[in-house]
Ligand binder design. Structure first.
Ligand SMILES: [Zn+2]
Length: 137
C-alpha cells in the first residue's frame, strides 16, 4: 500500500512537472476565461432543460464553442493578445459598474475619456490630443 501511494505521489509530481513544461510560454487562465467558461456551463445546463430541438441544438453548439474558446485562450501562445482581450473585458465591466461617470471615446484618437454623469451637454476636451467634442452626459 505504501509503495502504491508513493508511486501515486511520484506520478502526480511527474504530471505537474509535465504540465508546467507544457504551459511554459502559454497564456493560462484569467477573469475573462472564467466568464466564458461560466457562460458555456450555463448554456449546457440550459440545454438539459430545454428540449425544443432548434434551441437545444443551438445551446449545445454554443456551449461547445464557448468552452473551446476558453481552452484555446488558456493554451494560446499569443499572450499579449489574450492579455489585451482580458483588459478590454475588465474595462467593459468597470464601465458598466460605474454609475457616476460616463465614458466616451475621443473621435480623433479613440482615447477613453471619463466624465461625471448628469451634467447635461458639456464640452469635453481629450486629455491626449486636445480634440474638443460636445456630449450629453
Ligand atoms: Zn483624442
Amino acid at each position: 500500500m505504501n509503495g502504491f501511494s508513493s508511486w501515486l505521489r511520484n506520478l502526480g509530481a511527474k504530471f505537474s512537472a509535465g504540465y508546467r513544461q507544457f504551459m511554459m510560454g502559454r497564456y493560462g487562465n484569467d477573469k475573462l476565461n472564467m466568464v466564458i467558461l461560466g457562460a458555456g456551463l450555463i448554456m449546457s445546463l440550459l440545454s438539459m432543460f430545454i428540449h425544443f430541438v432548434p434551441v437545444n441544438l443551438a445551446l449545445v453548439v454554443l456551449s461547445y464553442v464557448l468552452m473551446g474558446w476558453a481552452i484555446f485562450r488558456t493554451f494560446s501562445r499569443n499572450t499579449y493578445k489574450r492579455y489585451q482581450e482580458n483588459r478590454k473585458y475588465l474595462m467593459m465591466v468597470q464601465r458598466l459598474k460605474d454609475r457616476e461617470h460616463r465614458y466616451f471615446d475621443c473621435p480623433r484618437c479613440h482615447q477613453q475619456v471619463r466624465v461625471p454623469r448628469g451634467k447635461g451637454k458639456i464640452a469635453i476636451s481629450c486629455p491626449k490630443c486636445r480634440e474638443k467634442f460636445i456630449k450629453k452626459t
